[in-house]
Design a protein around this ligand. Structure first.
Ligand code: NAD
Length: 343
């Protein structure tokens, strides 16, 4: 198969990981980059040896013949850029959060469906190898039918120095980080019917909430708690690890600090180390996330080659984004929120 020709739009903080990952993946390469900030265009273009550079996305689409675009800008530009890709009949990957609102996200899915082009949200946390290891245990049937889950991310890591915009938005942890945890809950326990949410702002120097606790009813009958915090000072900083507890009819799964996986099932208890590999270009503690970037981008290339729908397609991600919307509505009202009404 001929190598797919891709372009990156948005050359900021996180896109550098995506560029490293594209270099590791066979079957696709980035032939052009775009950023409205000439400084970022130069930094990323020079680092990765990309000569074809654009400050304007419309000029990129006009000037290049592309098999896909990888949109790594922040949420306000996602809808116009995805719609531009659809107009140009170019399949698109879009970073999370998919869109600032569910209405925008629905319009983006429709634009790509109408144009007949694939759309994947870069919702990479479910691609982390420790999370995939939990999914594999569930698939093995060893713990029986899950009836309870806890997806937990608690940290005091300073995310604001690398991503200063996170301190200024009215919405913070649910939209930025909780979105990943909610997606993991869907990945492990299936879709959700009702969510109840409590939030708090502990850090006085930011605009949004930095603590959220969400209780969810899954359609499968399981109950889960998704809890996240950037105000939790621990003896050992676990950033950016997601901890998981699942109780099933025949056993339990515990994914604990330092990627220790304990499975108690029909055949007794097994403890294993499911640490992600440290890729040559990766750096701790981000290596867990960096590895998942390679996995999701490889999945995209496979999906384009086989004409299959990505696991985190735009349509799939509407159900994760709906949880984010419902969480904010429920945090404001104090009431449980039904998901069906939003979708
Ligand atoms: P950033 O501000 O560092 O980078 C965004 C870049 O996009 C900037 O260089 C900006 O100039 C450029 N840009 C914005 N609008 C543009 C437009 N219309 N045309 C061309 N360029 C444009 O942001 P970041 O921290 O790299 O975050 C980018 C996205 O990645 C966010 O949505 C964030 O939530 C997401 N993110 C995802 C993960 C993950 O694990 N999946 C981790 C961190 C950030």
């Amino acid at each position: 198969m001929a190598e797919l020709r891709g372009a990156l739009i948005g050359c900021g903080f996180f896109a550098v990981n995506q560029m490293h990952a594209w270099r590791d993946i066979e079957g696709a390469s980035i032939v052009a980059i775009c950023d409205r900030d000439p400084e970022r265009l130069k930094v990323v273009g020079d680092q990765f040896g990309i000569a074809r550079r654009y400050v304007d996305a419309a000029a990129l689409f006009a000037g290049e013949s592309l098999d896909f675009v990888d949109i790594a800008t922040t949420a306000p530009s996602h809808r116009p850029l995805v719609e531009m890709a659809a107009q140009n009949r170019v399949p698109a990957i879009c970073q999370k959060p998919f869109a600032p609102s569910l209405a925008d996200a629905k319009a983006m899915v429709k634009a790509c469906t109408d144009a007949g082009v694939a759309l994947m949200v870069h919702e990479n946390f479910r691609w982390q190898s420790p999370i995939q290891a939990v999914r594999a245990v569930l698939d093995s049937g060893d713990i029986g039918t899950p009836f309870f889950g806890r997806i937990s991310f608690r940290s005091a890591y300073d995310v604001f120095s690398g991503q200063p915009y996170l301190a200024t938005g009215k919405r913070f942890i649910i939209e930025d980080l909780g979105i990943h945890s909610l997606d993991i809950a869907r990945f492990l326990l299936g879709d959700v019917s009702t969510i109840t949410t409590r939030t708090a702002r502990i850090n006085p120097n930011i605009a949004g909430e930095d603590v959220a606790t969400m209780l969810m009813d899954h359609k499968s009958g399981a109950t889960s708690v998704v809890d996240c915090s950037y105000a939790t000072k621990l003896a050992t900083e676990p950033f950016p690890q997601t901890l998981v507890e699942i109780d099933g009819s025949d056993g339990t799964i515990r994914l604990e600090h330092n990627y220790r996986l304990t499975v108690t099932g029909r055949n007794g208890t097994a403890v294993s180390d499911v640490s992600p590999p440290l890729l040559p270009w990766a750096s701790r503690p981000w290596h867990n996330i960096q590895e998942s970037v390679v996995a999701i981008q490889r999945h995209w290339v496979d999906c384009l080659a086989n004409k299959t729908e990505p696991a985190t397609s735009g349509a799939d991600n509407l159900r994760t984004l709906a949880l984010v919307e419902a969480a904010y509505v429920g945090a404001a009202s104090g009431e449980p929120v039904r998901l069906d009404a939003l979708l």
